[in-house]
Design a protein around this ligand. Structure first.
Ligand code: ZN
Length: 73
């Protein structure tokens, strides 16, 4: 029984590591961390401040770009 549980643990660990190598975990992390910043004009979600600046320049060139500290976590 104990041996079986160990085997199962090892299998899960191997699966997790395989997912990490495949980028599955980091992709999930990026997705979870994404869309933290919302455009104050159109409320589109941005993954980070840099993208928001690009978005503001592209979509709302007449509007002031809010300071990064505005979005501080
Ligand atoms: Zn916008």
């Amino acid at each position: 029984m104990a041996r079986g549980a160990q085997k199962e643990q090892a299998r899960q660990k191997a699966q997790k590591e395989a997912a990490k190598r495949a980028g599955g975990v980091s992709q999930l992390g990026a997705r979870a961390a994404g869309l933290q910043i919302k455009c104050p004009k159109c409320f589109s979600g941005m993954a980070n401040y840099k993208l928001l600046v690009q978005h503001m320049e592209a979509k709302h060139p007449k509007d002031p770009i809010p300071d990064e500290s505005t979005f501080a976590k």
